[in-house]
Unconditional design. Structure first.
Length: 127
């Protein structure tokens, strides 16, 4: 039973994380290729940046969720082992701070782009 539990847990976590990620493939997100050759304009650069930011936010959310689950499992099975408990708490803290910093950077970039373009038509992904 002890040998199958880690494999079962890993399979469960993999399925839980991959199912929502696969459904994101059906999202009508803009393509990375937004213009054809010489007709590229500044708006196409903004659309490319939006697509890249959206992709990075999806990936970072997936990674943060996986690390939160790992830390939760580590904390749950730690028992009386104080080193595992402190390691789990450190993982929780570091992932939370990293995710907060990443989202803060996204807000700063959004604000700068909105100020540079003076138009919301290129920033529809927030609405």
């Amino acid at each position: 039973m002890k040998k199958i539990l880690p494999k079962l847990t890993a399979s469960f976590i993999l399925v839980i994380f991959l199912l929502p990620f696969v459904t994101l493939a059906q999202d009508n997100a803009p393509s990375l290729i937004v213009c054809n050759g010489p007709d590229c304009k500044f708006e196409h650069v903004i659309q490319l940046a939006q697509a890249i930011m959206r992709f990075l936010i999806y990936i970072s959310t997936f990674i943060a969720s996986a690390l939160f689950i790992y830390a939760g499992i580590l904390y749950t099975i730690a028992g009386d082992d104080s080193s595992k408990v402190s390691k789990a708490k450190d993982i929780f803290k570091n992932v939370a701070w990293g995710y907060i910093i990443m989202l803060s950077a996204w807000v700063i970039v959004y604000t700068l782009v909105k100020g540079l373009t003076n138009n919301d038509t290129y920033l529809k992904f927030l609405k």
